[in-house]
Design a protein around this ligand. Structure first.
Ligand code: E4P
Length: 222
């Protein structure tokens, strides 16, 4: 399974990239604006901190077909490999995903709110589908809809991967990893919550205390 970070916070991405085995970074226009900096500067920072083998996903801002295609070409040209264009599954977006497939531009179909939308984007040749798990919970069961999408791709033999997105808690991530999802993109706060547990800190404190009491040193070797 691919673990992807859903953020443009350079410091937190650097930290999590050290702690975890990270396949890449996803952003969207809202995420990029949160930095308070010029988006292109943030994108260049992301390009600098990721290794060639890690994927970067940048979303188009234009919403008309011609505009999406123009931005898709420019995003794809930012990097020789592992560059993905995020395209929302609107009418113009679906058409653009189909055209990107013909031109050899890698895409992630985003803003997916139903399994049907995702399935159709997969038929158009999207490399990844991003169902919005938490946002879908406003309309039903986002986790179950994502599981349905995984099943639809499987029974139809489609190679498109699902990268579940829009997580708000560790439970949602847990359920989808358990279901065998191919990828998750997780915001930094949720990922830190997956790593941290207060009982782990307490356990380590107890080990150190017992050791010091017995041997009057804080290292294994004398
Ligand atoms: C990632 O690809 C999506 O754009 C992102 O997960 C959406 O998250 P949000 O629902 O927190 O905005």
């Amino acid at each position: 399974m691919e673990l992807i970070i859903d953020s443009a916070d350079i410091q937190k991405i650097k930290k999590l990239n050290e702690l975890c085995t990270v396949s890449g970074v996803t952003t969207n226009p809202s995420i990029l604006t949160k930095s308070g900096r010029e988006a292109m500067d943030v994108i260049h920072d992301l390009l600098a901190i990721l290794s060639d083998d890690q994927k970067l996903f940048i979303q188009v801002v234009k919403t008309d077909y011609e505009g999406i295609m123009e931005e898709a070409e420019r995003i794809a040209a930012l990097r020789p490999k592992n560059m993905y264009v995020k395209i929302p599954v609107t009418h113009d977006g679906l058409k653009a995903i189909k055209e990107c497939k013909k031109r050899g531009i890698h895409t992630l179909a985003t803003a997916i709110y139903s399994a049907e939308q995702g399935f159709l984007a997969a038929c158009n040749g999207a490399d990844y589908l991003a169902p919005y798990v938490n946002r879908m919970c406003n309309y039903g069961d986002g986790v179950q809809t994502t599981k349905d999408l995984i099943e639809m791709l499987k029974v139809n033999g489609l190679p498109t991967k699902v990268v579940a997105a829009s997580f708000k808690n560790t439970y949602q991530v847990h359920e989808l990893i358990k279901a065998g999802i191919q990828a998750v993109t997780v915001p930094c706060d949720v990922l830190f919550n997956m790593i941290n547990h207060p009982a782990t800190t307490i356990a380590v404190g107890e080990f150190t205390m017992d050791w010091q009491r017995a041997y009057q040193r804080n290292q294994l070797f004398p």
